[in-house]
Structures are given as C-alpha cells and as structure tokens.
Design a protein around this ligand. Structure first.
Ligand code: G6P
Length: 461
C-alpha cells in the first residue's frame, strides 16, 4: 500500500468489464499502452484510478461506485453517450490527435465550424467532470497524475477547486509546433496551454515533444511550466509470462509452420493513421519489385487490429489496408507463397509470438509519441531480429542507435532499409539486438512512475 495518496486519471482505465455466462459483471485488466506500463507499478499499491466508463458494461459497473479488482481501485466516470462522442470522437481523436501527429489533410481539414465549437464546449465540460471526480477522490495534499491529450483541460479545474493537490500531466502523443496550434481558434489554443500549464509539471516521452510544447507555451502564454522527459518502459516479466502461455506457444507453432525457412518481416500496430501501414506495404512491394531474389523467400506478417472504429477516417483507412493486402497478394503470390499474411484481430498472445519469430520488425510511424512495439520486440525476439525504425517516433531518441532508421515518407528508402535488414550479417545483427535489448530492459514501469511522482512533488528547498 505504498501509493494511497496517489490518484491517476486517464480516459481509458485499467479495468474493462464484461458479462460472464451467468450475466454477472466481471472485471479484467484493460487493453492499451498506459495500463501495461503504469499498471505493474501501481497495482496493489492503494492508488485510485479515475477513468471514463467506455462500454455499456463499464457503465453498469460504474453504478457500483469504486470497484476494486486486479489490484486496482477504480472510480469510473459515466458520461452521457452523446457528450462522450463529442469529447472522444470529435475533439480528442479527430482534432487533437490529428494536430499533434501532423495528420490533417489541410485543404479539407480541420473544419472549425459552429458544430466543432459546440463539441469543444462539451469537451471542456467532460474535462471538468473528470477533474471533479478526481477532486472527490484525492486525499488532502495528494498527488495526481493526469494522462494524455483527452484530459488536457483537467489541470485548469483542479488548480481552482483543489489547489492543495500536486499534479503532473503526462502527454503520450507528440506535441504540435506553434504554427500548427494556430489552426485552432485562439481561445481553444489558449485553454489547452493554460490547462496543461495549470499542472505542477508536464511530461513527455521524448525531448522533441517537450521542446515543441515549450515553444507553444511561449507563443500562447509567454511563460513555460516545469517540463520533464520520461520515456515509458515495458514490463518484461509480464511479457515473459505471456510468451510462456500455452496460447502464445500455440500461435508460435502455427507461425513456424506458415513461415517455414522463409524470412519474416513483422509489423504490429493498431489500424491507426499515424502508424503508416500503407507505406509499409508499398515499401515491401518495392522490395519485391526491385530485388527479385527476395520473391518467395520472405513473408510480411501484418498483425494489425481495428481501433477507434466510430471514426469514419479510421474505417476508411482500415478498408484501404485490407484492399492493399489483397492487391499485393494478387499481384505477387505464387502457388506456394503468399507474400502478406494479415491478422486483423487484437490477440496479444499472437503478437507476442510474432515478436519472438521476426527477422525484421518494421516500426515506421509518420509520428509517434513513443512506440512500445519497438521496445517489446527486442526483449521478446529470439532470432537477433533487426529493428527498422522511423526517425519520427519518440522511441527513436532511445533506440535509434541500434536500429536501421527510416524516413517514414520515403517508400524507396524504407524498401532499402528492409533489404539492408534482411541481408545483415549475423555478427552485426547480434550486436545490434543486444544493444536494443539492453536499452529496452534498462528501465522499468517503476522507474517511469517514479519520474512522474518526482515531477509532481519536487523536493522543497
Ligand atoms: C495510444 C496512444 C495514447 C492514447 C491511446 C488512446 O496508446 O499512444 O496516446 O491515449 O492510444 O487509445 P484509445 O483506444 O483509448 O483511443
């Protein structure tokens, strides 16, 4: 019970609820990067987690008040479904996510109209509701860790109604530059920057995002709050446990059979616009076109699973991904070889099996706050596989040195990097793989939590 004064607040919480065969609610550990990185460090430590009730079952569970399960103490916040859509779909994911990841197709988006302004006002209201729930749960002088872009305005309300609390806001995304921030109405941009700066400190996975945030603070507020850089870390014990499970071993056996003695390029991602899945396939196709010696000798395994499917852009992207897999297979397959194997459900034991089996791991996002896949791969892989890594990912700062770097927009460059990785000699592969493993295992979830706590409660002079 080491963290009873701690409240964590995030949109997606550490538990998700389902009905068992008898119709009773059952809690299980939730999906997502935040719970996999922070969960191990806080489970069983007495902290309270405030999060949105996302599914119908989550809402039902919220009616029971604070729920304790899997070592977590969860206070779920029920938000009216229409308000949640404005908060999550319109502002958080179709505006702020696009802004920070540079995803806008500028001649068409964003559309800052009257409807957007209504959604913005709902977004502010939902942030207020999160802050009020935190204020109810937090003990006197407690520490609050606020997570991510969805809750960027929580700091404003907390500073007003609970000035006794010590708070830090951690951003998991990249941060936009001041010129991009200017696409938002001035009032909204100022509210965001004030909301973040209303916390005791603001944290990022990489220096570049921290610097961009500081520039935005200078441009909008004329001052910069304490800022820290603390990359998240993976829980190696948890990964080892999944790798040792019967489910994951069965998946590995199936992959072994499908791949045989061919080389195996792997990508593991949510079907997410920032992940650059289409250019990854095009690079693989360019490799097949320009280097015939690799035809029939390599398989691309795409372990990609649906995400945010209430947003039309994501649904359209998913169907583009599906058509591209079909087209590439129709163009290049032979009677004994299917070039792309695509698995489109989220099944973590299978992803872990793919990590163990890859010769090359492709992580080529357009922009990414960190990227946990690039950290999980080297620790699970058993073949001295090579990491081909986008220099636009936050994790590049830590791992770029051991990876083969790519400009994610350069398809030819990515095809060259894949070819380089596939033909790299044993010695160099082993040397790079051990360097990457040392980096990814060099920090633990506990270290990441400590960095955030230190930032929220700096030593008094
Ligand atoms: C990824 C991002 C986080 C974000 C999360 C939300 O993990 O790195 O920045 O908070 O997605 O995902 P969701 O499925 O809850 O929209």
């Amino acid at each position: 019970m080491g963290h009873t004064d701690l409240v964590i607040v995030s949109n997606r919480g550490p538990l998700s609820f389902n009905k068992d065969d008898d119709g009773n609610l059952a809690a299980s550990r939730g999906a997502g990067g935040l719970v996999s990185c922070l969960g191990p460090a806080v489970a069983g430590a007495g902290a309270t987690w405030v999060a949105g009730a996302i599914s119908e079952e989550d809402r039902e569970a919220a009616a029971q008040g604070v729920v304790e399960a899997e070592g977590f103490r969860l206070r779920s916040l029920v938000i009216e479904p229409d308000d949640y859509r404005q908060f999550y779909d319109v502002v958080a994911n179709s505006t702020l996510w696009f802004l920070h990841h540079n995803l806008f197709d500028l001649p068409r988006r964003p559309r800052i109209d009257r409807r957007w302004r209504e959604a913005w006002s709902t977004f502010a209201d939902v942030n207020r509701q999160f802050a009020e729930a935190v204020a109810e749960e937090a003990p006197d002088g407690g520490v609050v860790l606020v997570h991510d872009y969805q809750l960027c305005l929580v700091g404003t309300t907390l500073a007003k109604i609970r000035p006794d609390l010590r708070t830090a806001h951690f951003n998991h995304t990249p941060f936009c530059e001041p010129t991009a921030l200017r696409m938002l109405p001035d009032e909204a941009a100022t509210e965001i920057m004030e909301g973040l700066a209303g916390n005791g400190a603001c944290g990022f996975h990489a220096k570049r995002w921290a610097r961009a945030f500081q520039s935005c603070c200078e441009a909008t507020l004329g001052s910069v709050p304490p800022t820290f850089v603390a990359p998240a870390a993976i829980d190696t014990d948890d990964l080892a446990q999944v790798a040792g499970s019967d489910e994951s071993k069965e998946e590995l056996a199936k992959l072994d059979e499908q791949i045989g003695d061919r080389h195996f390029i792997v990508r593991i991602d949510r079907i997410e616009l920032s992940k650059n899945i289409l250019r990854g396939f095009l690079a693989f196709e360019e490799l097949l076109r320009t280097r015939p010696e690799w035809r029939e000798r390599v398989i691309f395994g795409a372990f990609v699973y649906p995400s945010r499917d209430s947003i039309p852009d994501y649904m359209a992207y998913r169907s583009e991904v599906e058509s591209m897999v079909e087209r590439i297979n129709n163009t290049w397959a032979t009677p004994s070889w299917t070039p792309v194997l695509a698995y489109m459900e989220d099944f973590f034991p299978r992803s872990v099996a793919a990590h163990r089996r890859y010769d090359v791991l492709l992580v080529n996002p357009i922009r990414d706050g960190l990227n946990l896949v690039a950290k999980e791969g080297p620790t699970l892989n058993e073949r001295d596989g090579v990491l081909v890594l986008s220099r636009e990912s936050g994790v590049w700062d830590e791992m770029g040195d051991g990876a083969v770097g790519v400009n994610p927009f350069d398809i030819t460059g990515t095809a060259d990097a894949l070819a380089q990785a596939l033909s790299m000699g044993r010695g160099e592969r082993a040397e790079r793989a051990s360097r990457l493993r040392a980096i990814s295992e060099g920090r633990s979830p506990q270290d990441w939590l400590e960095d955030q706590l230190d930032a929220a409660r700096p030593p008094s002079n």
